[in-house]
Design a binder for this molecule. Structure first.
Ligand SMILES: *Cc1c(COP(=O)(O)O)cnc(C)c1O
Length: 376
């Protein structure tokens, strides 16, 4: 069986995890959490980078920091993972869904303005497959209407838009280190911001609403409950795992891009014959090879394709059930545009296996099985 995803470990992973116990600091904000936070601050040029327990947690922090009132609206694509919407829903706001662009499958920035009402507080661009949304246009709209921009950069590790790192362009950015992402710690995430309004408060919200971080830096004598908050920090065991992966991130990225390009070249002919469509990446966006997908012409062909791969022991999933048509989405959220592209992509997209440890013969088998599907 070729799995869709296999998590990565290195020899350092266990070494660092054992070291956490030697340090006798297994709760949050130990040695490895600090190393990870510094890694991102330095490499991403950020004034705040905080390790959290999931991408979902990072989004929840961003929602709390947005100071939303009941009924406030937050614009986002319907074609995304449910955490994008859930975080804002939990903060009392109403997610408002709009359609995506047919090329990058990112939020259609030309639909944002018509979705804005006097209740709108924020826009949440999701960088699908690690390819940047039209951030220039989105920031321009946000400025005009005084809205926050929160980037769901869960899939966007190491990716850029016009030379700027995704996740660091808006007011806040949210990364995920779930085991299916490029860089992983099993479960894990990162909250980042360069907006000074949120630098200090983000530390407090992450630490149960206390000023504990300030206390540890010796900036206050006692620590106490000062604001709303929750517990978003991971154990240092998780941070040790992540740090061992950050040390090989360049190898991971190189390998993923190599596999991505093998797929992309192999299926060029199928695209010319009109059988599939491959990912489209604008020239001012980089490709972090988070995902390789194929788009089929209709649901029936896709269903047959997934079954054919399964018969050949290859697991290739599809996603997402559009949030606007999901049970929770239709109950709690609003839809503010036609959803033709979202509905179509949801029916026609397939993701191929792509992970660091995938073997050359497995890639060969996947490519030949995809080609054979069309010979039957
Ligand atoms: C993975 C993902 C998330 C959630 O991240 P977790 O770490 O699993 O909580 C949110 N949004 C998008 C677009 C994702 O791909």
């Amino acid at each position: 069986m070729i799995n869709f995803n296999v998590p990565t470990f290195t020899s350092k992973t266990t070494e660092y995890i054992i070291d956490v116990f030697k340090e006798k600091h297994a709760s949050g904000d130990g040695k490895y959490t600090k190393l990870c936070n510094q890694w991102f601050k330095k490499n991403y040029n950020l004034n705040q980078a905080l390790l959290v327990h999931s991408g979902t947690a990072a989004l929840e922090m961003a929602a709390i920091l947005s100071d939303l009132d009941a009924g406030d609206e937050v614009i986002m694509p319907s074609y995304t993972f449910c955490s994008t919407a859930n975080a804002f829903l939990l903060a009392g706001a109403t997610p408002v869904f709009i359609d995506i662009r047919p090329d990058t499958l990112n939020i259609d920035e030309t639909l944002i303005e018509q979705a804005i009402t006097n209740k709108t507080k924020a826009i949440v661009p999701v960088h699908y497959a690690g390819v940047g949304c039209e951030m220039d246009k989105i920031l321009e709209i946000a400025k005009k209407y005084n809205l926050l921009v929160i980037e769901d950069a869960a899939q966007a590790f190491d990716s850029k838009y016009k030379g700027k790192r995704l996740g660091t362009i808006g007011d806040m950015g949210c990364f995920s280190f779930h085991e299916t992402k490029n860089v992983m710690s099993g479960e894990g995430g990162l909250f980042v911001t360069n907006n000074e309004t949120f630098t200090e408060r983000s530390e407090i919200i992450r630490e149960k609403g206390t000023n504990r971080s300030k206390f540890f830096r010796g900036q206050v004598d006692k620590y106490t409950w000062v604001d709303k908050g929750s517990s978003y920090l991971p154990s240092d065991v998780i941070a040790a795992y992540l740090y061992s992966i950050l040390e090989i991130e360049q190898d991971i990225q190189e390998k993923r891009k190599y596999v991505w390009n093998l797929y992309n070249n192999a299926f060029e002919g199928l695209e010319k014959e009109g059988k599939v469509r491959r990912p489209i990446i604008p020239e001012y966006c980089t490709n972090n090879a988070h995902m390789f997908y194929l788009l089929f012409n209709d649901l029936k062909t896709r269903t047959n394709f997934i079954s054919y791969l399964k018969e050949n022991n290859i697991y290739a999933p599809f996603h997402y059930i559009p949030l606007h048509s999901s049970p929770a989405g239709s109950k709690y959220c609003k839809t503010s545009s036609k959803m033709d592209i979202t509905n179509n992509i949801s029916d026609t997209l397939v993701r191929l296996p792509l992970y660091y440890d995938i073997k050359e013969e497995e890639i060969d088998k996947i490519i030949s099985t995809v080609m054979n599907f069309w010979r039957n």
